[in-house]
Design a protein around this ligand. Structure first.
Ligand SMILES: Cc1cc2nc3c(=O)[nH]c(=O)nc-3n(C[C@H](O)[C@H](O)[C@H](O)COP(=O)(O)OP(=O)(O)OC[C@H]3O[C@@H](n4cnc5c(N)ncnc54)[C@H](O)[C@@H]3O)c2cc1C
Length: 442
C-alpha cells in the first residue's frame, strides 16, 4: 500500500468538494480531491442558480426548524462566497429574485467545477477520479486521513483535515426508506446517481452525530409512471404546482400547495401511495405551466412534456368531465370536481381549507389540465452534524478532530424548508477550507 500526506483530503468532488479544494489549493494548501465518479461535478452540474434567503428574518420565517448557528452562517457568508466565486473567474449573473422569498444569481456550475479542477491541479494538487474511500484512518478519536482504492491499487492518504462531501444518500433506496419515509424507497431520483451515503458511512465510523430526524428532503413533483433521466430533471419538474390544486387518492386536498412545490413534494410523500392528481385550469396553463419557474430559465410546456413522455395526463373540457378519469388511476373524478367547486366557493369567501396563502384564486377557467404526480428526491436534509466552521460533531456535540463535512452530506441547516443547495455547499465548503488552513498552520 502506497502512502502520501496532504493538508486537506476531500472525499466527493461536487459543489462542496470542488469549492473547498479550489479555495484551499489557491491558499497554498496541499489538496487531494477524491471521487467515485469518472468526472468532477456531481449534482452541481445540473444546477443553475446560487441563491438563499435574503436575510435572517426571512430565514427564520421560512425555515424555523433549522439550526440557528448554521442558518446565520449561511446568510452571513453568502455575499462573500459569491464574491469569491467571481474572484476565481466563475460566471455569476447579477442579483435577482428566486422563488417568492429568495435572492441569488444565475451561475454556470459546469464552468465552475471544471475551473476548480484546473485551480487544484494547477497548484500541484491531486484529483483522483474513479476512486472509492474504503475507510477513514482514525486514531484515538482523531481522523488522520483515509484509505482509498482505485484501479491502480489501494493507498493510504494521510491528511491534517479530511472533508466529507459526497452529496447525501438519496441514490440509496434503503436509506431513503429509513431516513425519509417508507414510501421513499420507490420514488424517482433527481440527482447524480453516486450519492449513496458514503459520507455518512465514513462519518459514522468516526463517531459522528446525525440529525435531524424528520427534516425531510429537497425535491420536486414529477409526472407519475416516468423513469427520470438526467435530461428530465428540469423539464419534467412540475414547479407550477404552486398554482394548481393537488388531490390525494381520497380525493382531498391536504396541503397549501401555493407555498412551494418542494414543500408539497414532501407532503405528498406521506400521502397514500405517495401519488396525487395535480389539476390546473386554463389560467394556470397560460400563466404558469408554460412559463419560466425562475426568471431567465427555460420554459417548456409542462403538460406537453409529461404527455410526450407517457405520463398519466388528460384535459377535461369542464369540471363535469373529470368524472371520466380512467378508473385504473384510482381517483373519484366526480368527487374531485365537487371539491374544486367547494374550493372555488371557499376562496371567494376567504376560508379555503387548507388555505392557499400565496395564490388564493379559483380554478374556474376551463379546460382543466390533469397530471398524476409523484415526488422525486434531489437530496436529504438529514445528515452529519457540523458546526459553523464545518467541523463534524460527535453525538455529544463535540468536534471530531480532523474531520469536516459540507454540502448535502450534512444536516441541520434545513428542516422541512429549502433555500438553496448550492449556497449551502458553497458557504460551508469555504468554511471547511478556512478550518483546514487553521489546522495546517497550527
Ligand atoms: C436537477 C438539479 C437542479 C438543481 N438546481 C439547483 C439550483 O438551481 N440551485 C441550487 O442551489 N441547488 C440546485 N440543485 C442542488 C445542488 O446541485 C446540490 O445541492 C449541490 O450540488 C450539493 O453539493 P454537494 O457537493 O453536497 O453534492 P454534489 O454536488 O452532488 O457532489 C457530490 C459528489 O460526491 C461524489 N461521491 C458520492 N459518493 C462518494 C464516495 N463514497 N466517495 C467519493 N465521492 C463520492 C459524487 O460522485 C459527486 O461528485 C440542483 C440539483 C439537481 C439534481
Amino acid at each position: 500500500m502506497s502512502e502520501n500526506k496532504v493538508d486537506l483530503l476531500i472525499i466527493g468532488a461536487g459543489m462542496a468538494g470542488c469549492t473547498a479544494a479550489a479555495k484551499a489549493a489557491s491558499g497554498g494548501l496541499e489538496v487531494c480531491l477524491v471521487d467515485t465518479a469518472d468526472d468532477v461535478g456531481g449534482s452541481a452540474r445540473y444546477a443553475g442558480y446560487v441563491w438563499t434567503m435574503p436575510d435572517h428574518d426571512v430565514m427564520t420565517e421560512q425555515n424555523p426548524g433549522g439550526d440557528e448557528r448554521l442558518r446565520r452562517r449561511l446568510i452571513d457568508g453568502f455575499d462573500d462566497a459569491v464574491d469569491w466565486l467571481r474572484s476565481i473567474g466563475a460566471d455569476v449573473g447579477p442579483e435577482q429574485p428566486i422563488l417568492s422569498y429568495g435572492r441569488g444569481h444565475r451561475f454556470d456550475t459546469n464552468h465552475f467545477v471544471d475551473l476548480c479542477r484546473k485551480v487544484v491541479t494547477g497548484a500541484g494538487g491531486q484529483v483522483l477520479l474513479g476512486t472509492e474511500t474504503e475507510k477513514l484512518i482514525v486514531d484515538d478519536g482523531a481522523v488522520l486521513g483515509a484509505v482509498v482504492r482505485s484501479a491502480s491499487g489501494t493507498r493510504e492518504i494521510r491528511a491534517t483535515a479530511t472533508l466529507l462531501a459526497t452529496g447525501g444518500f438519496q441514490a440509496d433506496p434503503e436509506q431513503r426508506a429509513r431516513h425519509l419515509h417508507p414510501s421513499a424507497r420507490d420514488i424517482e431520483l433527481r440527482s447524480n446517481p453516486n450519492s449513496l451515503g458514503g459520507g455518512h458511512r465514513l462519518a459514522g465510523q468516526a463517531g459522528a452525530g446525525f440529525g435531524k430526524t424528520g427534516a425531510g428532503f429537497y425535491g420536486h413533483l414529477i409526472p407519475s409512471h416516468i423513469t427520470l433521466t438526467d435530461a428530465d430533471f428540469v423539464e419534467l419538474a412540475l414547479y407550477y404546482s404552486e398554482h394548481a390544486l393537488l388531490f390525494n387518492l381520497q380525493n382531498q386536498r391536504f396541503t397549501d400547495e401555493s407555498l412551494a412545490d418542494h414543500l408539497t413534494t414532501m407532503e405528498l410523500l406521506e400521502q397514500p401511495q405517495a401519488r396525487g392528481l395535480l389539476i390546473g385550469d386554463a389560467r394556470v396553463y397560460r400563466d404558469w405551466m408554460t412559463t419560466a419557474y425562475v426568471e431567465g430559465a427555460v420554459a417548456p410546456d409542462k403538460f406537453a412534456s409529461a404527455s410526450k413522455r407517457g405520463g398519466r395526463v388528460g384535459i377535461a373540457e369542464s369540471l363535469e368531465e373529470l368524472a371520466y378519469l380512467p378508473e385504473e388511476w384510482g381517483y373519484d373524478g366526480a368527487a374531485i370536481a365537487a371539491e374544486i367547486e367547494a374550493y372555488n366557493a371557499a376562496v371567494a369567501a376567504g376560508d379555503a381549507v387548507p388555505p392557499r396563502r400565496l395564490d388564493p384564486l379559483p380554478l374556474d377557467e376551463p379546460p382543466y389540465y390533469v397530471i398524476e404526480t409523484v415526488p422525486a428526491v434531489t437530496f436529504p436534509f438529514y445528515g452529519i452534524r457540523i458546526d459553523e466552521d464545518a467541523r463534524v460533531l460527535d453525538e455529544r456535540g463535540q468536534p471530531i478532530p480532523g474531520l469536516l463535512a459540507a454540502g448535502s452530506d450534512t444536516g441541520g441547516v434545513w428542516y422541512r424548508a429549502y433555500g438553496g443547495g448550492l449556497a449551502t455547499a458553497l458557504v460551508f465548503a469555504l468554511a471547511a477550507a478556512a478550518t483546514a488552513e487553521t489546522l495546517s498552520s497550527s
